[in-house]
Design a protein around this ligand. Structure first.
Ligand code: AMP
Length: 225
């Protein structure tokens, strides 16, 4: 137990996994979090949990999410502060920040906590691939397994291979909403890359249009440099 904690401390880093919706941030973030003992902070997951639980936050957030729009910055920054306080020795942010105001807000928060962002990893994937990845995505509401009707079909129609539950197509993965989400990314989120470049956090760009293991290997190589 002592050795395990010690090894994880060596890798303690605060990372931002950046990229358009469907670039693979969630998948890469989960694998990396497990490998490096970091906490993954996904604002999308936090919001979806709130929607599922039917909380006031969830009911409010859902309207924005289903339309492919961003949830207001003030709401998101409150959620992230709590998550960072819980994160302890290192975190990976997935799907956050998504606006310059969020990037500035979290910088101020981290300053207060005497923490900082160690690296920003940008996953690049062409738009056509993103549309297929997102609009083809089906997820299991029971065990969380993810499939894709184009590249990674479930064995039996639209049922989960692992637990046989009926798979769902997220409202925000419908084609029109996907197109809107990509537009919102270009207008409001992409400018954050320049923000980090001018504010000193190292930014590394990776070709995300490859298999999960290839992308993960590149991320690990960057972090180990
Ligand atoms: P994701 O799973 O990260 O693509 O997030 C799904 C949806 O949740 C987004 O389309 C937004 O509506 C909302 N969302 C997630 N993270 C944020 C954020 N940092 N700022 C604003 N809205 C967010």
């Amino acid at each position: 137990m002592y050795v395990y904690a010690h090894v994880n401390d060596l890798f303690a880093m605060n990372l931002v996994l950046f990229g358009p919706p469907g670039a693979g941030k969630g998948t890469q973030g989960s694998v990396l979090a497990e490998r490096r003992g970091l906490m993954k902070i996904s604002t999308g997951d936090i919001l979806r949990d709130a929607v599922r639980a039917g909380t006031t936050l969830g009911i409010e957030a859902r309207k924005f999410m289903d339309a492919g729009e961003l949830v207001p910055d003030s709401v998101i920054l409150g959620l992230v502060r709590e998550a960072i306080e819980d994160a302890g020795s290192g975190f990976i942010m997935d799907g956050f920040p998504r606006t310059i105001a969020q990037a500035e807000g979290v910088d101020a928060m981290l300053d207060e906590m005497q923490k900082s962002i160690d690296a920003v990893i940008v996953l690049e994937v062409p738009d056509e691939a993103l549309v297929k990845r997102l609009s083809g995505r089906r997820s299991c509401p029971n065990c969380g397994s993810i499939y894709n009707v184009y590249f990674d079909k479930p064995k039996h129609d639209e049922k989960c291979d692992r637990c046989n539950a009926e798979l769902v197509h997220r409202a925000d993965d419908k084609k029109e909403t996907v197109v809107r989400r990509l537009d919102v990314y270009k207008q409001q989120t992409q400018p954050i890359i320049e923000y980090y470049q001018t504010h000193g956090a190292p930014v590394h760009t990776i070709d995300g249009d490859r298999g999960i293991e290839d992308v993960q290997r590149d991320i690990l190589q960057i972090l180990d440099r």
